[in-house]
Design a protein around this ligand. Structure first.
Ligand code: SF4
Length: 281
C-alpha cells in the first residue's frame, strides 16, 4: 500500500459534512484504488462526524464516503461525488477510530451510520467496516440510494441493523430528471430487504415544485407500507446549505431560486405517509 495512504495526515473527524473537501485522495496510485475497491481494505472518506441525531436512532457517528454515480439536483454534498476527493483510509484506521467511541455510543443508545456519497460505490469497504463495527456491539446503519444493494450478500445484510433508504421519486421520468438514474433497482432492493425482514427507515427529501406532488408521495407511501419492515419515514425538508459547494466546484446548480418548504407542507407530507399506516416525522 502506498505512503500516501499509510501516512495521510488529514483528520478524519470534521465539524460537519458541509466542510468542502476536495482532492485528498488524488495522490493514490490507480493500482491501489483498484485493489482497495476489490478488497475493501482501504476506502475513501470525506470525514467522520460526531453527535448526529438525524441519521438513525440515538446519537451517532456518521462516516461520509466519497463516490456517487447519481447527480441529484438537490445534492447538498457534491464534493462527495468524486471518490478521489476523499481521504484514503485503511480499514484498520477507520475501525480503530470508531472503537474509541464504542462505550459512549452504547450509553447514548446510538451507533454508527455509513453515509455518503453512495457508500456502496465502495461496497467491499462498506461491508467490511459495517461488519467490524457490528462485531463491536455497536448499532449499524447504512444510508443509501439503494441502487447498488445487489452488491451486498444476504449475510452482509445481517450485520446492518438498519437501512436508511432514500426514495427520491416514484414516477420513472421524475426520478430520472431528479437523479439522472432509474428508480427500479431502488425498489427492488427495498423488496429484498423486506423479504429478509431487515428494518428500514425511508427518507424522502421534500423539494417545493419538484417532489411535493401529493399523488406521487401517496404512491411512495403505499409502496413503503406494503413492505412491512419500514419502521419510520423521515421527511427531509430541502435546504440550501450545500449551495456554496456547487459554486466552489463550478457546477451548474439548478435550484438556486427554490425556497425550503414551509412547516405546513412538511406536515401535510408527513400526513400522507401516516395515512398509509406509517410513522412519519
Ligand atoms: S444519491 Fe446522495 S450523494 Fe448521490 S447525488 Fe444524490 S443526494 Fe448526492
Amino acid at each position: 500500500m502506498s505512503e500516501v495512504i499509510v501516512s495521510n495526515p488529514t483528520p478524519l473527524m470534521a465539524k460537519s459534512p458541509y466542510d468542502l473537501r476536495v482532492n485528498l485522495g488524488t495522490g493514490v496510485p490507480e493500482t491501489d484504488v483498484r485493489s482497495a475497491l476489490a478488497t475493501g481494505d482501504m476506502g475513501f472518506l470525506h470525514s467522520f462526524t460526531t453527535g448526529s441525531t438525524l441519521d438513525g436512532p440515538g446519537v451517532r457517528i456518521v462516516g461520509w464516503t466519497t463516490g456517487c454515480h447519481w447527480r441529484c439536483l438537490y445534492c447538498h454534498n457534491p464534493d462527495t461525488w468524486t471518490m478521489s476527493n476523499g481521504i484514503p483510509v485503511t480499514l484498520t484506521r477507520a475501525v480503530e477510530e470508531l472503537r474509541k467511541y464504542r462505550h459512549g455510543l452504547k450509553v447514548m443508545s446510538g451507533g454508527f451510520t455509513l453515509s455518503g456519497g453512495e457508500p456502496l460505490m465502495q461496497d467491499r469497504f462498506a461491508a467490511k467496516l459495517l461488519a467490524a463495527v457490528h462485531e463491536m456491539g455497536i448499532h449499524t446503519a447504512l444510508d443509501t440510494n439503494g441502487s447498488l444493494g445487489n452488491r451486498l450478500s444476504d449475510a452482509e445484510l445481517e450485520s446492518i441493523d438498519l437501512v436508511l433508504l432514500d426514495i427520491k421519486a416514484w414516477d420513472p421520468d421524475r426520478h430520472r430528471h431528479l437523479t439522472g438514474m432509474d428508480v427500479g433497482a431502488v425498489l427492488e432492493f427495498a423488496r429484498r430487504l423486506a423479504d429478509r425482514n431487515r428494518p428500514i427507515w425511508v427518507r424522502y427529501v421534500l423539494v417545493p415544485g419538484l417532489t411535493d406532488d401529493s399523488h406521487e408521495i401517496a404512491q411512495i407511501a403505499k409502496f413503503a407500507a406494503s413492505l412491512g419492515t419500514v419502521k419510520r419515514v423521515d421527511v427531509l425538508p430541502f435546504h440550501q446549505m450545500g449551495r456554496y459547494k456547487w459554486k466552489e466546484l463550478n457546477l451548474d446548480y439548478k435550484l438556486e431560486a427554490v425556497e425550503p418548504p414551509d412547516n405546513e407542507t412538511v406536515e401535510r407530507t408527513c400526513e400522507i405517509f401516516r395515512a398509509a399506516g406509517l410513522t412519519a416525522h
